[in-house]
Design a protein around this ligand. Sequence first.
Ligand code: MG
Length: 374
Amino acid sequence: MKITDIETIILRLPHVRPNGDGLQDVLIIRVHTDSGITGIGEAHTSPQVLKAIIDAPVSQLSVQGFKQLLVGRDPRDIDALWDLMYDHSTTYGRRGVVIHAISGIDIALWDILGKAKGVPVHELLGGARRTTIPAYASDLSPATPGLAVGMARRAIDSGFQAVKFGWGGLGTDIDGDAETAAEIRRAVGPDIDIMIDMGVPVAYGDALRLARRLAESNVFFLEEPLSPDDLEGFSRLVGESPTPIATGEKETTRFGFQALMEHGDLRIIQPDVARAGGLTEMRRIAALADQAGARIIPHCWATDILVSATLHFLVTRQDAPYQEFNVADNPLRTRLLREPLVPRDGLMRVPDGPGLGIELNEETLAAYRWNPPA
Ligand code: MG
């Protein structure tokens, strides 16, 4: 089997705002083969930049676009192709958007391998230990505590046992944020997990003060309160905070996560399969996390392609506390697949068809397809 083309499709909502919603646009990747099998992937980053990285011609040995590297190769040689992409992009890659591009292609390669063998991806990753993962309802933080309480109540009423609020101005009023968490706790009772996601870093003193106050509401974790590069700050905060600290959605590769755990002392890491290096790199990150005694609760705020890839990864894990589930009403999530992935009673079921077990809805692709201005 040989790769014949890597197709890149940009989808974009009609009105994109610079807020914390990471699913206003997306790059869908289809890896085509001469056997008729097509792999589906997604990378979570700026789709136009990503498309350029895939389509770029060779510049020199260590600066190469990925389509020309991969066409003609056997898509089943996943480890070799991962290394091929990494090794031929080391001058402009190694982190950030180039790894996002590798992630999206890697997900599509696993989909191809599963389809070629007629088995779900989780079987290729070592076998499912379970068929469902508890989902937490994840939403942007609304303007008022009252709205947050209402959103939390709705999530609980529809079966979720955990809720997360993030971005949306969190961090500008530390006492207000703590009070919002307290109001949510009073509304949902003691048995629901509550997570708070700052999104935008705050000063160390504010992060610690908030973490101390959130402990009064028994918050499950405080996410991303510091700069992704402030490993020394994270190390201090993990040591001083009574609330568990989580981060990692902006990190890539086993090297980045090793540093987060070794120098940042993180014990909850949140790699995103569509950014961190795909399923191939997730396995390596998972091995490091297991060795370090860290938990993995993946970041997942993109389309159902990523939801599926993340579920296939999580069901193979011994420790799989939560799947993030974006509850915002967004057609790029709710209508991208012919059979959208939805939680039942707060549980997400891993698709059991070959590969990722998903099929794209061509009508949605056509409706939100973005083309460069002529
Ligand atoms: Mg986050």
